[in-house]
Design a protein around this ligand. Sequence first.
Ligand SMILES: *[C@@H]1O[C@H](CO)[C@@H](O)[C@H](O)[C@H]1NC(C)=O
Ligand SMILES: *[C@@H]1O[C@H](CO)[C@@H](O)[C@H](O)[C@H]1NC(C)=O
Ligand SMILES: *[C@@H]1O[C@H](CO)[C@@H](O)[C@H](O)[C@H]1NC(C)=O
Ligand SMILES: *[C@@H]1O[C@H](CO)[C@@H](O)[C@H](O)[C@H]1NC(C)=O
Ligand SMILES: *[C@@H]1O[C@H](CO)[C@@H](O)[C@H](O)[C@H]1NC(C)=O
Ligand SMILES: *[C@@H]1O[C@H](CO)[C@@H](O)[C@H](O)[C@H]1NC(C)=O
Length: 496
Amino acid sequence: MAMCVGIWILLLALHIQAGNGQMVQMDPSKSGFVGSQVELRCIFINSNPPVKISQVTWQKFLNGTKQNVAIANPALGVSVLQPFKERVSFKQAAVRHRTPSLEDTTIVFSNLQLSDEAAYICEYTTFPAGNRENMVNLTVYARPMTRMTLTTPTIVARAQKRKMTVATCVSANGKPPSVIKWDTRLKGEATFQETRNQNGTVTVRSNYVVVPSRETHKQKLTCIVTYQHEKITDSVVLNVQYEPDVKIEGFDGNWYLNRLNVQLTCRADANPPVTIYQWKLLNGSLPSNVEIKNNTLFFKGPVTYDLAGTYVCDATNGIGTRTGIVDVNITEFPNNPVDEIQTEPHNPTAAIGGAVGGVALLAVAAILLFVFLRRRQRTFKGDYSTKKHVFGNGYSKAGGLPAHPPMPKNLQYPDDSDDEKKPAQIGGPGGFEAGEREFDAEAEDLKRPYFTVDEGESRDYDERTLAFQYDPEPEIADDMISQTDGSVISKKEWYV
Ligand SMILES: *[C@@H]1O[C@H](CO)[C@@H](O)[C@H](O)[C@H]1NC(C)=O
Ligand SMILES: *[C@@H]1O[C@H](CO)[C@@H](O)[C@H](O)[C@H]1NC(C)=O
Ligand SMILES: *[C@@H]1O[C@H](CO)[C@@H](O)[C@H](O)[C@H]1NC(C)=O
Ligand SMILES: *[C@@H]1O[C@H](CO)[C@@H](O)[C@H](O)[C@H]1NC(C)=O
Ligand SMILES: *[C@@H]1O[C@H](CO)[C@@H](O)[C@H](O)[C@H]1NC(C)=O
Ligand SMILES: *[C@@H]1O[C@H](CO)[C@@H](O)[C@H](O)[C@H]1NC(C)=O
């Protein structure tokens, strides 16, 4: 207990003008915000023998100069001087009495101004002890005005990829100065600037600099201002305008003859949205059977070779025009990559399938040969063109067998719909729409297995000249009939 009291006295002594038992007790420092009010404490500790207080003077001490603020005299009363008259008063009513008691001369400072920041001295003039004084340092804070602004409501991404300030965060006229930080996933950098005002406040400004692009659109940018222990955050979402990013969808690399309902769609990512889509065919005009709706080209009717070409889509928005391009080529038959798996030698089921297929092929070949010979005896009139090709699955129709022959590994052949459609169509001419068709035999680089029947000379040959061949440049004779699925079969087969 005694120890505690001892420490208290020691601490007190630090802020007390020691004298012969008299002291002036004050807070070492005080602070307040502009416009607020503070109390500056001043208490005279009198001891035995008591001394007589003749006057108390409050002074502002700044830059080595003292300025009187208020005076209290036991005989003459109290006086608060200009320019403090309106804002400074003694706290204790007793001081304001005609015969004041001057032990507590604490003053109340209201509506603080930045210019009030100074040291304030409270001085007791006593008799017979003389002067006793102490000092308090008053600090005045100013809360900053914080705001965040976008450079412009909408930012335009230019092709030159120039850096620009997209947002600014300002904490104005703060004392002490604020600290600005940014929080965003946006790639960019911040610049910082501090401006010190005459009145001691500081304006802190930070710009966020990015290269505006499609990626920066809709990104959130948050400014975090720390003022003393307060955090003020403000966010903006960027609105970046950019020219269209265009691609053409719809060509799957599998546009084969007579395929139906193909279309190309021009997809554009753009801000603002695309207003105009324009389609062109490089080195030509768009096919006549094409219908344009919004951003889509619909090709009416079955695919023909006329559709091949380089299609260009120009998409335009308020910022600019960009182009998408697709090279469309037409194949005679569909691609079916699934079939490649069957020829994969490392796959045991495929190997078995291959073996079965091989046996089946022999059977098919035998049947085909048999049918062919029979039919030739009945229908051949001796005047056919020299070469004929029986395409693709011709053997399966002729023989009515579903098995596929083994093929060279890199061959592509029709999708499995072939096997489903053909038998139905063969059932009667009613299911048969495409009719006869002239083929531009030279146009296609056809990679298809087919059988060649050398009819013109077949009499001189052994009947087994029916051969399985791989020929990259087939010619399709007039007596072939195209199917709606893109394959062709020999007319003769129809009329068997
Ligand atoms: C204090 O003194 C400095 C130079 O010594 C001067 O720039 C400043 O204005 C003075 N402040 C006041 C409030 O007089
Ligand atoms: C008060 O301010 C004066 C100068 O204005 C300085 O010398 C002194 O150290 C300050 N005292 C405290 C307790 O801050
Ligand atoms: C300090 O000065 C700035 C710039 O002159 C002014 O905008 C601001 O209002 C002043 N602050 C106070 C609290 O007087
Ligand atoms: C397209 O036409 C232009 C001139 O009209 C020509 O220079 C260019 O080689 C052509 N391109 C193709 C792929 O035919
Ligand atoms: C074009 O697009 C608009 C909106 O996406 C849709 O309302 C309109 O039906 C489309 N027009 C055609 C012809 O498809
Ligand atoms: C068709 O175009 C694709 C790419 O679009 C290409 O890989 C393929 O070789 C082309 N085929 C022909 C026959 O030109």
